[in-house]
Design a protein around this ligand. Sequence first.
Ligand code: ADP
Ligand code: ADP
Ligand code: MG
Length: 471
Amino acid sequence: MIKKLLIANRGEIAVRIIRACAEMNICSVAVYSEADRHALHVKRADEAYFIGDDPLAGYLNPIKLVNLAIESGCDSLHPGYGFLSENANLAEICVENDICFVGPSSNVIRLMGDKTEARRSMINAGIPVIPGTESNVVNLSEALREGDRIGYPIMLKATSGGGGRGIRLCNCREELEEAYPRVISEATKAFGSSEVFLEKCIINPKHIEVQVLADSFGNTVHLFERDCSIQRRNQKLIEIAPSPQISPKMRAYIGDQAVRAAKAVGYQNAGTIEFLLADDEIYFMEMNTRVQVEYTVTEEITGIDIIREQLRIASGLALSIKQEEIQYRGYSLQFRINAEDPRNNFLPSFGKITRYYAPGGPGVRTDTAIYTGYTIPPYYDSMCLKLVVWALSWEEALARGSRALDDMRVQGIKTTATYYQQILADSDFRNGRFNTNFVDEHPHLLNYSIKRKPGELALAIAGVIAAYAGF
Ligand code: ADP
Ligand code: ADP
Ligand code: MG
């Protein structure tokens, strides 16, 4: 069994992994940049090591991280999500140095990290895939030719893309001509690869993804689906498990397809198969070969600790559950509380948290690395807290979400919390009728004013004064 784990990440996911270590008697080792000197993961880990002045370079340097793992006596490394979590080189360097990588093999990461290769393997495995190009398009004239063949609207996508970046909707030839150089330049900058391909644009789709777990003995199971249709700019905002808008028959079918997909590539550890669903047809979109941001809602409905399973699988243990033993109960929603101003085009709003109260009570969970007095550095993701609720029925889960958002106080920065209250009050959302265009199709939900309770204004003013006075 793993004894000492280097966590090559920061923020809430680093804290979450540290918590799993504490429960499993594993020594946790954090790493931090200068900007993260006062971060919670540094305080909570058993040991913590400085990895450089630059906010990003250390977190993105596989050799440095593996060397640090060796020097600090670690036998394993968890990449979290983002950063190097889908970097095949890191997995490879770990293996070469006898450090157990908590994730799939480097070959599988490489295969599924390349969206065109992934599409090809899924087509070969008989999984329904979004219609599109067979391989990457090499120039604009090929792109235009393929666009005509596939039929507009189409999606132009970066082959190594992720995090909602490097994707552009093109409604016609002219738009493709305009988008082509832009996506290439965005992809080169963000992912270090200029490769792009085309997909048919699925109209009004629901984003439905399936959590899988696979051990080294060939056991592969799914933990049901998540509905991540509530997105802005192709990035998820609210995630739900199970989906309130699919039938039990579809649930069984999509779970089965996900297991087949994972088995087809010899997948090991935790992963997610993402599908789009439209008119009762599902289409494979991509696989994320890591733990995702929204795995929490699956933990809530199944009771399975996914980080624990990841660490067990990496240690060479068999899955602790069989497919027929996995059940789900109730509904769970996760609200990504981002340091952003939804009313100002989701502009990032970094700064000092003058006051933070965690919401509590039954069925409420917060995964975060913020605390009162913490200053959110501007160099990293704007997601600063995951508020997760669970309840037996959909209606109760909605009420609980609203109540928990109301309970919570994150002051000093602007967040997405109040916007989520508007979504929770919307009848389409409540009736389980939403697709990936929900945010764009409900612009009025962004016209809200922040109502303060009596006495809160005084507290807010005191908070601002305290922030400026420097306490
Ligand atoms: P999830 O699929 O878990 O919802 P997101 O798409 O929200 O994950 O991404 C989680 C984090 O990982 C974000 O910070 C995102 O920018 C980053 N990320 C995801 N994929 C990539 C990638 N291919 N390259 C760089 N960063 C990525
Ligand atoms: P990333 O790697 O950034 O997560 P994905 O390929 O998973 O990129 O797509 C992110 C989101 O973009 C999807 O959840 C969906 O909302 C939208 N999207 C992607 N491809 C298509 C498509 N072919 N048709 C319609 N929407 C799409
Ligand atoms: Mg995706």
